[in-house]
Write a protein that binds this ligand. Structure first.
Ligand SMILES: CC(C)=CCC/C(C)=C/CC/C(C)=C/CC/C(C)=C/COP(=O)(O)OP(=O)(O)O
Ligand SMILES: O=P(O)(O)OC[C@@H](O)CO
Ligand SMILES: [Mg+2]
Length: 230
């Protein structure tokens, strides 16, 4: 399978539960972003996910579906990759292996060629993903480094994702994650709304993810975050 995803510097995360004005899709796909990730924690259904896929699939940009539940793990032809999260810093096993067990137990066939496991470290307790997974977000740098080691060296996840969804994170924490990584690709996402922030996190992580800014700040901000890392 093609592993081009390892070279992406900038990913735009689109939420099937949110509305884009006419023309926005065209502007987003031509912004220079390397790929689109379709994802959200709350209110994502097969219906709104497929509707968004239909809106974005004609443009040739790589498409990733990142399901927050097994029913949204879809393998439609236009989907290039299925990035499947596990949360490292929760004590609720559902979000580490439970949903995954249910997925394999209940689904017919899984196209493993496109599945890429992600080790999430969730650090904003107020985010939907923080609340839903009950993640312990009170981590020191040393704790983050240890979770990164568990994910990268022990479980050998190909992606480690430092997730501050909704708020801009602590660069020292992301640096601690980067220092602790040997093989995995390091993703950073959360609160990026300017070229400066994109450049700062982009100089530490391999790949930055921009989500809310697309909906709340518009295309010029998205373009500025792309230019800052490419
Ligand atoms: C086993 C399968 C196929 C699925 C389960 C996958 C798991 C364990 C998901 C846990 C939650 C998680 C890490 C979801 C990833 C997507 C994500 C973090 C979306 C962003 O969430 P928010 O931005 O907080 O939520 P909203 O945008 O919906 O408010
Ligand atoms: O929406 P923002 O805060 O940009 O975060 C991006 C992404 O990491 C969310 O899963
Ligand atoms: Mg979100």
């Amino acid at each position: 399978m093609h592993a081009n995803w390892k070279t992406w510097a900038h990913v735009t995360k689109l939420d099937p539960d949110k509305h884009l004005p006419p023309g926005a899709v065209e502007e987003i796909v031509t912004s220079g972003t390397d790929a689109l990730m379709l994802s959200g924690t709350l209110n994502v259904t097969q219906e709104n996910l497929r509707e968004l896929l239909d809106m974005v699939s004609a443009y040739g940009l790589p498409l990733v579906v990142e399901p927050a539940s097994p029913d949204c793990a879809i393998f439609d032809g236009e989907v290039d990759h299925l990035f499947v999260p596990s949360v490292m810093n929760t004590s609720d096993a559902r979000w580490i292996i439970g949903k995954h067990y249910a997925w394999l137990r209940n689904s017919g066939s899984i196209n493993w060629d496109i599945v890429v496991p992600e080790a999430y470290i969730v650090l904003n307790p107020a985010s939907a993903v923080g609340r839903v997974t009950g993640a312990d977000c009170t981590l020191a740098k040393e704790d983050v480094a240890a979770f990164v080691g568990v994910a990268d060296r022990y479980f050998r996840f190909p992606i480690v994702y430092i997730e501050y969804s909704g708020t801009y994170g602590d660069p020292d924490i992301v640096r601690a994650a980067s220092d602790a990584i040997e093989h995995a690709i390091l993703y950073y996402g959360g609160g990026i709304r300017s070229a400066e922030q994109a450049a700062e996190m982009g100089s530490i992580a391999d790949t930055i993810v921009v989500g809310n800014a697309v909906y709340e700040d518009g295309i010029d901000v998205l373009r500025a975050t792309v230019r800052a890392v490419q």
